[in-house]
Write a protein that binds this ligand. Structure first.
Ligand SMILES: [Zn+2]
Length: 273
């Protein structure tokens, strides 16, 4: 099974980058404008790729071409806007919620999550407190992050929350094992790969991160086959992964310095999208 999963965050009005989701230069670098997002959707439509509206349909479908899936991390209040734009094309998205943020300024409320779910979008967990390096946390805390988040979402939605995405981008297989133990059957990482694999009872999918500066041609290239854009993202990702593994907190401080932010403790949910 292969699928191109696009990893978005907030879709905002120009000059309103602080209005939705996490704040700060780093988080804002992952937000795209409404006009840019419209152009991205048009490019995917023009490429003729099938769009997978619900990841849970994947094993039962045998699409002729590798499908594209839209995902949105964090649960910022702009999610309703991106959902509308997808719906206008008959598509649906996957929205991943850091449950400690529900109802706080800039984030969706419980009622808005129910509305999103009722409109056919997939609403899943993005952990509870949005740790930046979940893959470095003790397994018991990781389990608690998934368990709390899944329980809160199931209470809000009145439906199973069996889809999740990893916050912070630092994936390790034990995160999927813990998520699986909490009832997650579909886990999206940020590893830039198309091939779906299995860990315990969960399918694990990679994703291709979309940034503020990415143009429609880049998004279209991510869906093409072969794809220079995918190969480049994979190469960059693996270089960064080595830096994260070797540097740990030093990597985070360097990243914060690049974005001119003060340093912050691991687990602080502000800066990363
Ligand atoms: Zn996030």
């Amino acid at each position: 099974m292969r699928v191109v999963v696009l990893e978005y965050h907030d879709v905002v009005e120009p000059h309103a980058f602080e209005a939705s989701g996490f704040s700060g230069a780093s988080a804002n670098s992952y937000k795209v404008t409404i006009d840019a997002f419209r152009a991205h959707l048009a490019s995917v439509a023009a490429a003729g790729c099938p769009v997978l509206n619900d990841v849970r349909g994947l094993p039962n479908e045998a699409p002729r071409a590798v499908p594209v899936l839209f995902s949105f991390d964090d649960g910022g209040s702009s999610s309703l806007r991106s959902a509308e734009l997808l719906e206008a094309r008959g598509w649906r998205g996957h929205y991943f919620i850091a449950t400690s943020c529900i109802g706080t300024p800039g984030f969706l409320t419980a009622a808005e999550l129910r509305a999103l779910h009722g409109r056919g979008h997939v609403v899943g967990s993005h952990s509870h407190s949005h740790p930046l390096q979940m893959g470095r946390m003790p397994p018991a805390i990781v389990h608690d992050e998934w368990a709390r988040s899944v329980a809160i979402l199931e209470d809000v939605l009145g439906a199973p929350a069996d889809v999740a995405s990893v916050p912070g981008g630092y994936y390790r297989p034990f995160l999927a094992e813990a998520a699986s133990a909490c009832g997650v059957r579909w886990l999206l990482s940020s590893e830039p790969v198309r091939r779906v694999h299995r860990v315990a009872d969960a399918y694990v999918l990679g994703r291709y991160t979309i940034r503020r500066a990415d143009r429609a041609a880049h998004v279209r290239s991510l869906t093409a086959s072969p794809s220079l854009a995918r190969a480049l993202q994979w190469t960059m990702w693996n270089a960064k992964k080595v830096a994260k593994r070797v540097g740990g907190d030093a990597y985070l401080r360097l990243r914060a310095a690049i974005f001119r932010e003060t340093s912050y403790p691991a687990g602080d949910r502000r800066p990363r999208g």
